[in-house]
Design a binder for this molecule. Structure first.
Ligand SMILES: [Zn+2]
Length: 395
């Protein structure tokens, strides 16, 4: 090929590329726009070019009570329901205490302490062995159903500080425990259980529903598409599942019917995507507080709304993380120094556009967060005073 031919062919190639773009025709094979060779979403890990201030916060400014952790979990689950008291322990106290001491965590509240002899053993291993560093909550023994109130009283005697309700209620528990129709959150058979908690001064830490996106189809419009693809069993779309709104309404009926029982509604009232709704409920129910566990990603992507929320409800927001030791498949909950540093940075600084979880791809949706720079008076309440009041702890 002589030089002239070369120029001619190159010119044509360039021109055909330009034409294709101008007319919107499919790009030629081998071009970087070729869809068949497009970068897969799973492989996309963009590095931010933004140069902004970074303020590492190695220790919380005040001692922390983490009201939402999972140190023990049920050893036997059937269709999402714990059917036996035996527990599995995710980490021993020594391993936990070393992180706690570094991060200024005074206490961890293990929500999933279970019931019966599983609970007794959890309390003995953690609470009794290390007073004020660990507190344990009990959980309903769902196979008992009607005799729940007695079980709660016994759990209280055995050292349980409160009752934890998982999303089992509303999304897994069925009329025959693991089969049949779903049991409603406000099923009157549980009324004596809620009342018992009120009488015994045991707060109810309640998780119903889940992020709204978990109730939508797992498709290209879903903002948590990658999270749901990684955990397909977290989707509550279709089947006989109620909607997010129906679950929250049933929960609200329970809170309204039991004004003497205190409810810590976990994960920012389980509607961090809509702080207006959470605020409405806090205004309606004086027996309701919220924690912020596993929702720093939601709060931090709406920093101005979140800051106004913390200002207004500073006496009703509790620090929690959902920390799970060795939770490697859930980076937003994995109990490590890094997890706490992110929460502290969110609460204490005005840093911009940082990761809400220690992971190469944001695990709960592809966005980053902004700090809300709380003043010391609010930090004290959120880090420990509100939790101490609700759980009757001395600080
Ligand atoms: Zn949790």
């Amino acid at each position: 090929m002589n030089r002239r031919q070369l120029l001619y062919s190159t010119g044509l190639t360039m021109m055909s590329g330009t034409m294709a773009r101008a007319t919107g025709a499919a790009p030629s094979a081998g071009s970087t726009n070729d869809r068949s060779q497009a970068l897969r979403l799973a492989d996309y890990e963009p590095t931010s070019m933004l140069q902004v201030k970074e303020t590492p916060v190695a220790r919380a400014r005040f001692p922390v009570i983490d009201v939402h952790t999972h140190i023990s979990i049920p050893a036997h689950l059937e269709n999402g329901v714990a059917i036996a008291p035996e527990r599995q322990y995710l980490a021993g106290p020594e391993e936990l205490l070393s992180v706690m001491d570094r991060k200024n965590i005074r206490s961890m509240v293990n929500l999933t302490g279970g019931f019966d002899h599983g609970l007794t053993e959890s309390v003995k291993r953690y609470d009794r062995a290390h007073p004020d560093r660990f507190y344990t909550l009990t959980e309903p023994s769902y196979p008992l159903f009607l005799k729940q109130a007695d079980a709660i009283e016994q759990a209280h005697k055995n050292g349980a500080r409160g009752l934890k309700i998982m999303k089992t209620l509303g999304l897994y528990l069925r009329s025959n425990i693991t089969s049949g129709t779903l049991v409603q959150i406000d099923d009157p058979r549980f009324d004596s259980m809620w009342d018992a908690c009120g009488q015994l001064n045991m707060p109810v830490a309640i998780h119903v529903s889940d992020p709204v996106a978990f109730f939508m189809p797992t498709d290209r419009f879903n903002e948590r598409y990658e999270e749901l693809s990684n955990h397909p069993d977290w989707s509550f779309h279709g089947g006989d599942f109620p909607s997010n709104a129906e679950l929250l309404q049933a929960r609200n009926r329970v809170i309204a019917r039991h004004p003497k029982t205190r409810f810590i509604v976990l994960h920012v009232g389980n509607f961090a995507e809509n702080l207006g709704n959470v605020a409405e409920n806090l205004d309606r129910f004086s027996n309701m507080t919220v924690d912020i566990a596993a929702r720093v990603g939601e709060l931090g992507r709406q920093p101005r709304t979140a800051r106004a929320f913390f200002d207004k409800y500073q006496d009703r927001v509790l620090f929690g993380t959902d920390a799970t030791p060795h939770g490697d498949d859930v980076p937003q909950q994995n109990f490590t120094d890094k997890l706490y540093e992110i929460y502290y940075r969110f609460l204490e600084t005005d840093d911009e556009y940082f990761d809400y979880a220690p992971a190469s791809v944001p695990p709960q949706g592809r966005w980053r967060i902004y700090g809300i720079n709380l003043p010391e008076s609010i930090l004290r309440k959120v880090y420990n005073q509100n939790a101490a009041r609700e759980l009757h702890l001395s600080v």
